[in-house]
Design a protein around this ligand. Sequence first.
Ligand code: PLP
Length: 430
Amino acid sequence: MSVRSDRAAAILPGGVNSPVRAWNGVGGEPTPIASAKGARVTDADGREYIDYVGSWGPAILGHAHPTVVQAVQEAAAQGLSFGATTEREVELAEEIRGRYAPAERLRLVSTGTEATMTAIRLARGATGRDVIVKFAGCYHGHSDALLVAAGSGLATAGVPDSAGVTAGAAADTLVLPYGDEDALTAAFAEHGPRIAAVITEAAPANMGTVTPPRGFNRLIATLCRNEGAVFIVDEVLTGFRAGPAGYWGVERDLDLAAGVEPWQPDLVTFGKVIGGGMPVAALGGRADLMDQLAPLGPVYQAGTLSGNPVAVAAGLVTMRLLTDDVYTGIARRADALADGVSTALSSAGVTHAVGRAGTLLSFFLGLDVAPVTFDQAASQDTAAFARMFHALNESGIYLPPSAFETWFVSDAHTDADIDATVAAVAAWAQ
Ligand code: PLP
C-alpha cells in the first residue's frame, strides 16, 4: 500500500488530484480504490468495502450500473468527442428541465466549478453589479470569487480562503452565516443596489448535511426579487440526489402540501448525478437570463468538452433510470441508516446529532443539536469522527473521510448493507 502511495506522492501533490482524497480530515493512509460495483468499492489489495462516498454523489444507482456502462460503451464506439451539438445533449437538457421547471434553458459544462463560476459571471453581466453574497460553510467549487472564508458575525468583506486568490477577487464577496435571516436582511438593507446575486447550496451538504431552516430559501428569493438581484441555487450536490427534483423539489412539495406557492431560483447549477459518474454539469435558469450567454448575449462562456457525447450518454441514462420508486427506496434506506446509527450511538451514550436534507445525511459527533451555521458544524468532535471512520474502515465500510461530508446512500445499498453498517457503528461505540 505504502509503495503505491509513495509513488503517487512523488508525482501528484499530496498524492491526489483533489484534496479530500488525502484523508487529511481523518489521518492515516488513504485506501487506493481499484474498482467498484453496486454499493461496493474494492481497494488495490482486493478488500471490499460498503461505500458511502459514491464518488461524492454521482453513483446514485450504485457503481458500474450495467445499463449505464452499456450506454457509455455504445456512445464511445460512435466517437469520443465532436465539438458540435448532438441530439443526446439536447435530450439530457430536456430531461433536466422536465424534472426541474425553473431550469427553462440549460448550458452543459464539465464540472460544478464551471457551472457556479458561469452563474456568477452571468448574474454580474445581467445586473451590471459586482457584489456576490454567499454563506459560510457553503462550497461552490474552487473559482476565485467563491473561495472565500467564513467571517463570523454579520456581513464581512470576503477574505480569500486560498493562497493565490487576490484580495480584489474576494472583496466583492460578502460572507454571511447560513440560515441567519437578520444578517441577510441587514446585508440587503446596506448593500442592496450593489448585490448582483446571492448564491447558496439548496441545502448545505459541504459542512456535513444541514437542513435549511424553513423559509430561508424563500426569504433569499424574495429579497433578490425585490432588489433586482439574481438568486443562484447550487444543486451540484443536492440536484436529483436529495430527491427527484433536488432540494428545491423537497421544499416545493412541502409548500404545495401547505397550499403555498413554491419559491423559484433564477439560476440553478447541477453536476454529479446529471453525469452519472462522468464529467457533466450544467447551469440552468430563467430563459431571459440564460439567453444573455454567448452566442446570443454578451456573457462569454465556452468549453471544448462541454456536452461531451460519452459523458452525456452516462448522464442521460442515469437520469432516465431514476424513477420515483428508486428515490423512495433510497429514502427508506437513508432513513434506516440515520435511525439505526443514531440509535446505536445513543445506546452507547455517544452524544451526536443527525443532519438530514432529503435522502442526504451525516452525523455530528459531540453535538446534541443539528447545526445550521458553519461555526456550529465546526464545533463537532472531529477527532471522534476520525476514530469512528477508521474503526468502520477496518470493518469494511468506506465512509467519507471527513466529518464535514455527506454520506451517500445509493439504490444499490441493500437492507443488509445498512444493518452491517449499523452493527459496525454499534461495535465501535461500545
Ligand atoms: N457546488 C457544490 C454544492 C459542490 O458540492 C461541489 C463539489 O463538491 C461543487 C459545486 C463543485 O463541483 P466540481 O467538484 O464538479 O467542480
